[in-house]
Design a protein around this ligand. Structure first.
Ligand SMILES: O=C(O)CCC(=O)C(=O)O
Ligand SMILES: [Fe+2]
Length: 350
């Protein structure tokens, strides 16, 4: 299967022209909704990413009772198992019963003064400052990406997105998520092409930053043709970098805010099966990934983004007068409600 043709962009090379980098980022966000950000340690130290994966392994290896004390809450924080129940008649086998352990997530909400606002499993509670520091790296990188998007879209003022994301202005729905997908032997009935590790979805917020480990297969995006294409962890040109690129994607909120100009692309995590996925990647072992879901401050108004390019976009779903103005919090609530109604059948907790 041909891999998705997602551009690789270097945003931390000082010799590059910022406005060109910003334009490249915007074009990729319009065309693909996904962008690889080269990771040479300039924005997030390589050690910090490695350390976060080590922490994630410790967290998921902690005793079940500890994680159960931190069960997923309505505030979107905590530990959860994601369960998928395929109601597609073609695939309506025992997925429900046999694949309920398809993955586990732990969502960290915002920290205040370096302190978590949710229960943390005792096994890792001595490392909350590390989680807080990693969250801060992600937050700072998300501000930089928002600044570049503002410049690339010629928003007036260009700092528009960045200002809306400043945590000094109030709380947001931003989440740092650790994900764990058990190895195939633990899900012996999994059938490549039928069963999935994470069902098809789009993300809710403005931007998502995804960290993956070398050679761990599974992520696919849906192309405009409707076909699915694998997203290699280390695309051409990044193989000798000290870490795989950070994969950034546009979420529903930013797509809504730009009236559909920036694309929120469906994606999923599959068992690709022998010989079907990306060469050199495997999906038989346990898979770990880390996502940072970036959201604007909850009170931010999502009136159409002040950019000529956005206003002139003719693929818009609704006219400016008809779209109403939601806040970021209202958009998130709407998305949760929608998710519960359509995914009731998927029994997906996210
Ligand atoms: O684990 C991955 O590669 C993707 C996870 C994802 O898409 C999500 O949590 O929204
Ligand atoms: Fe996602």
């Amino acid at each position: 299967m041909a891999a998705a043709n997602i551009p690789v962009i270097d945003i931390s090379n000082p010799s590059q022209d910022e406005s060109q980098v910003a334009k490249d980022l915007v074009e990729a966000a319009i065309e693909h909704g996904f962008i690889y950000i080269k990771n040479t340690g300039g924005d997030i130290p390589i050690d910090a990413v490695q350390g976060a994966f080590d922490l994630s392994r410790e967290l998921f290896a902690a005793p079940l009772e500890e994680k159960q004390q931190c069960k997923y809450q309505k505030n979107n924080m905590g530990w959860a198992g994601m369960q998928y129940e395929t109601l597609d008649p073609k695939n309506q086998r025992q997925t429900l019963v046999l694949l309920t352990q398809v993955n586990r997530v732990f969502n960290f909400g915002e920290f205040i003064d370096g302190q978590p606002q949710q229960p943390i499993p005792p096994s890792i509670s001595h490392r909350t400052s590390q989680i807080s520091a990693f969250r801060d790296y992600c937050y700072n990188l998300s501000l930089k990406l928002n600044t570049l998007l503002g410049i690339g879209l010629d928003v007036n003022p260009p700092s528009f997105f960045t200002t809306s994301h400043l945590r000094s202005s109030g709380p947001s729905g931003s989440i740092l998520r650790f994900l764990y997908y058990p190895p195939l032997p633990l899900t012996p009935t999994a059938q490549p092409g039928i069963d999935v590790r994470a069902g098809a979805h789009s993300d809710y917020g403005s931007l998502t930053m995804l960290f993956r480990l070398p050679r761990q297969a599974g992520l696919e995006i849906q192309l405009p043709s409707g076909k699915w294409a694998p997203v290699p962890v280390s695309p051409p040109g990044t193989e000798s970098d000290p870490a795989p690129p950070i994969l950034v994607n546009i979420g529903d909120l930013l797509s809504y805010w730009t009236n559909g100009l920036l694309r929120s692309t469906m994606h999923r995590v599959v068992f690709s099966g022998e010989g079907n996925g990306v060469e050199g990647e495997t999906d038989t072992e346990a898979r770990y990934s880390i996502a940072y879901f970036c959201h604007p401050v909850g009170t931010s108004s999502l009136g159409l983004v002040p950019s000529e390019r956005v206003r002139g976009f003719k693929g818009a779903q609704v006219g400016e007068g008809e779209r109403g103005v939601l806040t970021a919090d209202e958009h998130l609530q709407m998305r949760y409600v929608y998710s519960v109604s359509v995914q009731e059948k998927d029994r997906c907790v996210r």
